[in-house]
Design a protein around this ligand. Structure first.
Ligand code: UD1
Ligand code: MG
Length: 450
């Protein structure tokens, strides 16, 4: 059965105490909304509709950054979850597959659980996600008769007896789209909150003699974020699971608790990650690489056998081929470095292409920015860049060329040439001794005078 996602994300998230809409706060460097979309991506949804209200434009931008085919619809007033889901009706006109309504602030749902819900639609008209929380807090309670879900009662509206029910609503509802919108159109707001409750679809379906049930998942899957404390807890949970998954996949983390990962971090087998390494968004590392302590990687690709750090910073657009070496206090941005090249100490390489087995000496800087525009530096295969060379871009160094230490290179260097661009050395015999004697005499005179 084809599926469509309706992701509710119009709420302000008052308890975040923030100008940013709640669903754009990040866990593992990715907005909560992106996590929700990514969890459901495994279902290969035919449509994704995000219902936004607070921070509409920002939510639209984040939605389309992750999935440019997703549609964002506006809910101008937050009148409840049923009213929010109803806003997706126009976007799903003519779609008669399964609609899954989920919340944008619930980052850890698994595709497997969502698939189970879709599968359950083969025998039930409405399927709701249920879970048994350690603390039932203010969750809606699932009123079951055997396997049949009779209705959902919101905490505020529940009797003491209903509040004693431990099975709660995890917030995901599955139903064929035409039926969902039909049921929603019957929902009223006569309840303790004066809101249109999506949860009322269950009792309405049962009143029509239709079947409803619950699919049960772990509490961790339904974890919702409502405050900064929840956000930090969600990040911590993400990190511990992602680290465990990497270890399981054959990556060595020498001090797992100190490694920070992003939602989309990819690391290959037999790679070693030393302590205190941070992966920002968009980092991929192939098999058999070593990322040494205190390195920071984002938007970069590291190929097999490369050794990075300690204390290296790889910024977006960095592509390192096999067996590249990047040493301590080296920053690389938007640069492609070919196999076996080395940038081992204290360098900045930005907007550059470096050829195979080139050796970039300590303190080399690509001067890529003239204050207005960025320019590229090309360095050929087997070139040897002497320590403390300033490469003033745009500039190109030929294959096998050599630059003398301390050179300021402003024009292109031919292959195999030696370029020296520094003041010639001047030597004055005996002058150092004379100078020191003069200075000492001056100091002694000053001390006598005081
Ligand atoms: C909801 C469920 C409750 C369940 C709980 C699980 C209802 C009526 N109740 O309650 O049974 O146990 O989630 O966490 O559905 N939203 C909109 N527009 C609105 C209202 C809400 O987009 O007008 C969005 C919010 O941004 C949020 C989501 O819907 O992402 C859920 O709304 P929220 O107010 O948090 O519902 P709960 O009271 O937690
Ligand atoms: Mg909530």
């Amino acid at each position: 059965m084809k599926t469509a996602l309706i992701i509710l994300a119009a709420g302000k998230g008052t308890r975040m105490n923030s100008d940013l809409p709640k669903v754009l706060h990040k866990v593992a460097q990715a907005p909560l909304l992106e996590h929700a979309m990514a969890s459901a991506a495994g279902l290969e949804p035919a449509h994704t509709v995000v219902v936004a209200g607070h921070g509409l434009d920002l939510v639209r931008a984040a939605t389309n950054e992750f999935d440019e085919t997703a549609v964002v619809v506006e809910q101008t007033e937050q009148l409840g979850t049923a009213h929010a889901a109803q806003q997706a009706r126009g976007a799903l006109a003519g779609f008669d597959g399964a609609a899954l309504v989920l919340f944008g602030d619930t980052p850890f749902l698994s595709a497997g659980t969502l698939q189970k819900m879709v599968d359950a639609l083969a025998t039930h008209e409405v399927v709701v996600l249920g879970f048994e929380p350690a603390d039932t807090k203010r969750y809606g309670r699932l009123v079951m008769q055997g396997d049949t879900l009779e209705r959902i009662v919101e905490h505020k509206d529940a009797t003491d007896e209903e509040r004693a029910i431990t099975l709660c609503n995890g917030g995901v509802t599955a139903c064929r789209a035409p039926l969902l919108f039909d049921l929603i159109s019957q929902i009223g707001d006569d309840n303790a909150s004066g809101e249109y409750y999506l949860t009322d679809v269950v009792a309405l379906a049962r009143a029509r003699g239709m079947s409803a049930t619950a699919v049960i998942c772990d509490e961790a899957e339904t974890l919702g974020v409502n405050s900064r404390a929840d956000l930090a807890a969600a990040d911590a949970l993400f990190q511990s699971r992602a680290r465990a998954a990497l270890i399981e996949d054959g990556v060595t983390l020498t001090a797992p608790d100190t490694v920070y990962l992003s939602r989309d971090t990819v690391i290959g087998r037999d790679t070693v990650i030393e302590p205190n390494v941070v992966f920002g968004p968009g980092a991929t590392v192939e098999t058999g690489a070593t990322i040494r302590a205190f390195s920071h990687l984002e938007g970069c690709h590291v190929s097999r056998g490369a050794i990075i750090g300690p204390y290296a910073r790889l910024r977006p657009g960095t592509e390192l081929a096999e067996d590249v070496r990047v040493g301590n206090f080296v920053e690389i941005k938007n640069a492609q470095i070919a196999a076996g090249a080395k940038v081992n100490h204290l360098s900045y390489i930005g907007d550059a292409t470096i050829g195979k087995k080139a050796n970039i000496g300590a303190g080399t800087i690509t001067c890529n920015y003239d204050g207005v525009m960025k320019h590229r530096t090309q360095i050929g295969a087997n070139a040897f860049i002497g320590s403390n060379t300033m490469l003033v871009a745009p500039v190109s160094i030929g294959d096998g060329a050599l630059t003398g230490s301390g050179s300021v290179i402003t024009s292109d260097v031919e292959p195999d040439a030696l370029a020296l661009a520094r003041a010639p050395q001047v030597e004055k015999p005996g002058m150092a001794r004379k100078l020191f004697e003069m200075l000492k005499a001056k100091k002694a005179k000053a001390q006598r005078g005081s």
